[in-house]
Design a protein around this ligand. Sequence first.
Ligand SMILES: [Zn+2]
Length: 511
Amino acid sequence: MTTTLIEAAYILEGFRGDEPILHRDAALVVVDGKVAEIGDKASLEIRYPDAKRIGNGRTAVVPGFVNAHHHVGLTPLQLGSLDHSLELWFATRLGLRSVDLYLDTLYSAFEMIASGVTTVQHLHSRAPGGYDGLMAASRSVLGAYRDIGMRASFSMAFRDQNRLVYEDDQAFLKRLPEDVRPALAEYFAEFGNTLDEQAAVFETLFEECRDENRLAVQLGPSNLHWLSDRALARAADLSERYQAPMHVHVLETAYQKEYAHKRAGASAVRVLADHGLLNERLTVGHGVWVTSADIEACAEAGVCLCHNCSSNFRLKSGIAPVNRFVEKGVRVAIGIDEAGINDDRDMLQEMRMVLRAHREPGIDAPSPTSANVLRMATEHGAATTPFGESIGRLTPGSNADLVLFDWDAVTYPYQSLDIAFEEVLVQRAKATSVRTVMIAGEIVYENGGFTKVDRDAVLAEIAAQLARPDTGKDQARKALSAAVLPHVKAFYRDNYRLPPRSPHYKMNDQG
Ligand SMILES: [Zn+2]
């Protein structure tokens, strides 16, 4: 039995509604990976005399954060793609260098853990090679999280159509000059995994991770345009049979809104409902272009929203109506996605983005509070994973996934005590003041170093692997990306309307 006693000036246990449950000058005891109790330090020291001691009178302890939407390690920008509208980004990303998946996963895990993330919702977008290829990719990613000690909810994307634009692959190929077609057809074939293969991958991984404490598998039906009606039904069926949560990109862009109407004459949320996916196991990723009726339907069905604030800014998706979701009682989680505002995975930074981006003008206009944002990053993020209520809070019995901040470092050289703890934490805490990160009772990060993986060696290996010149295949992919880009642009210009302007970009010439 391993026991740890954490002394702290502040312990944020969780929330009662939106009210933080805060313990002052207290201690938290961890026994065998779980929170045993929170209480008076002196009496806990007597009752647990052999416990390992960490923390001190200037420590703040909070539940570990959940990054509820994550795909890759090295960012598209690092690998050669500028930010574009999402629809063009799919094309520019065709030309990116491939990176060893194990190292790639560790790369972003370093950034996440260092900013207090203890659980990641890893949505793996694609892998070539049928069942074997998908399994190998999944095991590389899961192996990296296992080695670094991070809690992860993993899904391999479920998708069976429209691999580059919002129309059938064969139809799009016909739009291309004849000399470009073979290379894109080859790319489509490489990623043409069947639904049966994808379902088998989910089922195998689900069983493999069933007894793992820190790893779990869920479903990632990727987005309406990527899923045929058959695929939607298959995902709904698997989710029902395995009681597995699902995370779907929904209405990330205005083009996706129009796509749903072209396809089904209805909102994407309505289409998901019609195929049996709108239930308490579903998380809507992005949800930027929803209607009021969509939000009502999500609230009624107990769906979660995952808000990817930075990504929505960077990929010109727009601003999600987060305050409207909150007003209707939808649980909102936070995801950093592939395009964090600093091109990294700093959860503290992302929380501040969410705090600032939805401050509607007007004295009585709604805006998220720091407590709202903290709850999004912990309890609500947890709700989007198979771990549910076992993480995201520090009530006795919960998994001991927690972060120790050096409160002096957060508040130095001065912080008025009139400002509440959660306000100071969300508005001022930086990754540099994270002292210790514990996951399932195990310290995985301490004083800037990882305890289970050699970060310097991993980064050196990534640098060495990517220092090599482009291979012939790399060059061919870059050429393909450049060749298809104008045709992708033309496809949307010819077939889709320009997104309507939001109030943020209109002039105020009247009144
Ligand atoms: Zn995404």
